[in-house]
Design a protein around this ligand. Structure first.
Ligand code: NAG
Ligand code: NAG
Ligand code: NAG
Ligand code: NAG
Ligand code: NAG
Ligand code: NAG
Length: 421
């Protein structure tokens, strides 16, 4: 089935959306391979644990209730838990039209442009408990971000959040004045590549830049056996992706995400080999090793960001928690579906105080990196995925229960981001 999907890659963008990181980054990574210094070191016991597979699954940490929220005069409530609250119906949503935002929305995610009968997922707003939410709109966002740059770095779910933000910032209206500044960040399509490694756009009126850079693991990839054909890559769990190190100085708000590529399929398909402290560790064919590897990367990047924040105290850095999948009766390549169309059929509230993304929450603990916690909230919205919708004449037979329709759930992620910047 996987082979079949890869084969159909040429013709099927849905298929492409699902397997994209299995195949695409090879081209991308070649120029990222320049040797770089290890910026932070990994504690020896961690490496030992990773290579010997002995790290104990830790109990969920009890992070304490945090400080009570002070009466804040700014629009942000720093100690408010935005992830706790409920979905409420709101006929002022969505924030832009899925029929109009063609300039920024990928065809494969624009469900309004597809054969799909149900759009009720569009008309809800997240209401955090006891937090005052600033009014989220394109003009308010741009005003807030005057002379500033918002960068998303992550996988295709990060790209979804980026496209959502472009649509919100422009109100979904055709905006010829918005300037393509990808070249400033090296984001140009390489010869033969399907697309560039990312995109960057500048709004001239407020001098605001929004950009996305594709990095599925947030880690540096280094081609191995560079003599002759490159066959595999060292994935340096303890070194942030080169792009971040290069351009961090120009970011004011940074949103990182990773998660759906830490599986055997992607590692084998991309020939990624786990490295830490410059040496091979673990085995990408073992799930336990991949979980530990992801955890190590999350902790490493949070600590590195924290050290960078000493030099850039004005910068705001968020680690976005994992976006939930909703495949039932199989996985993406074994006939799994997400056919429910009734919103909030599993309830509308999140009541717990902690994130259900434990590795992400523990990674930012004790650092100045903030958690953009969207996991439990999004988990309630299984009807908002692409599902079996398609813009093609014939169905591919594959359901996408990973990516979301736009407008849709990632708009809320941006609303929670806006409330915190
Ligand atoms: C994740 O990594 C941190 C830091 O290296 C470590 O303290 C923790 O035990 C790890 N958690 C798991 C579940 O491996
Ligand atoms: C934006 O930058 C311009 C040029 O540097 C400056 O004149 C202006 O005051 C800045 N605006 C804000 C809100 O910082
Ligand atoms: C735009 O903002 C950047 C900072 O992000 C600043 O360096 C630059 O001078 C600004 N340009 C204008 C024309 O205001
Ligand atoms: C990794 O694990 C797989 C399956 O357990 C095994 O076939 C393979 O030889 C291992 N690779 C290394 C480099 O140890
Ligand atoms: C998607 O699945 C639903 C049933 O879950 C079906 O009614 C609909 O026709 C399907 N749409 C497409 C485009 O195949
Ligand atoms: C709804 O909740 C039940 C019980 O917790 C769970 O088994 C099921 O997977 C949930 N369904 C969805 C679509 O999240």
């Amino acid at each position: 089935m996987k082979g079949g999907c890869l084969h159909r890659l040429i013709v099927s963008k849905l298929c492409f959306g699902l397997v994209v990181l299995l195949t695409v980054p090879i081209v991308v990574l070649l120029w990222e391979g320049a040797p770089v210094l290890t910026i932070f070191s990994t504690r020896p016991e961690q490496l030992k644990a990773l290579s010997h597979g002995t790290l104990q699954q830790q109990e969920q940490e009890h992070l304490g209730p945090g400080l009570p929220g002070p009466a804040s005069t700014s629009h942000t409530h720093k100690n408010c838990n935005y992830a706790k609250g409920r979905w409420v119906a709101d006929d002022k949503r969505p924030l832009y039209s899925g029929n109009e935002c063609k300039q920024w929305l990928s065809k494969m995610w624009a469900c309004r442009m597809m054969r799909r009968a149900h759009f009720s997922y569009e008309s809800y707003r997240w209401e955090p408990q006891g937090c005052e939410m600033p009014e989220f709109s394109g003009p308010n966002f741009l005003k807030r971000m005057r002379n500033q740059t918002l960068a998303f770095v992550g996988d295709s779910l990060g790209r979804q959040q980026f496209q959502s933000m472009m649509c919100i910032a422009t109100g979904g209206k055709y905006s010829p004045e918005v300037e393509d500044v990808g070249w400033k960040y090296g984001l140009v399509k390489a010869p033969g590549a399907l697309r560039p490694d990312g995109w960057a756009y500048r709004f001239p009126e407020t001098n605001t830049t929004i950009l996305f850079y594709w990095s599925a693991t947030l880690s540096e990839l280094e081609p191995l056996n560079t003599e002759g054909a490159v066959t595999s890559y060292a994935l340096h769990l303890d070194r942030p992706v080169t792009f971040l190190k290069k351009y961090l100085n120009s970011f004011d708000v940074l949103v990182l995400n990773t998660g759906h590529h830490w599986n055997r399929g992607k590692f084998n398909g991309n020939h990624w080999e786990l490295h830490a402290d410059g040496k091979p560790v673990g085995n990408g064919s073992r799930l336990a090793d991949l979980n530990r590897a992801k955890n190590l990367t999350l902790h490493s990047i949070a600590r590195w960001m924290d050290s960078e924040l000493t030099r850039h105290p004005q910068m705001k850095v968020f680690l976005r928690t994992i976006s939930p999948r909703h495949f039932v009766n199989g996985d993406w390549n074994t006939g799994g579906t997400c056919g429910n169309i009734i919103p909030l059929s599993n309830g509308s509230e999140v009541l717990q105080d902690h994130s259900i993304d434990i590795p992400a929450e523990s990674a930012v603990k004790g650092t100045r990196v903030k958690l953009l916690d969207i996991t439990a909230i999004s988990k309630l919205r299984d009807e908002g995925h692409i599902s079996n919708s398609t813009f093609k004449k014939a169905s591919t037979g594959i359901n996408d229960c990973l990516h979301w329709c736009l407008p849709g759930i990632p708009d809320m992620w941006n609303e929670l981001l806006f409330a915190q910047i």
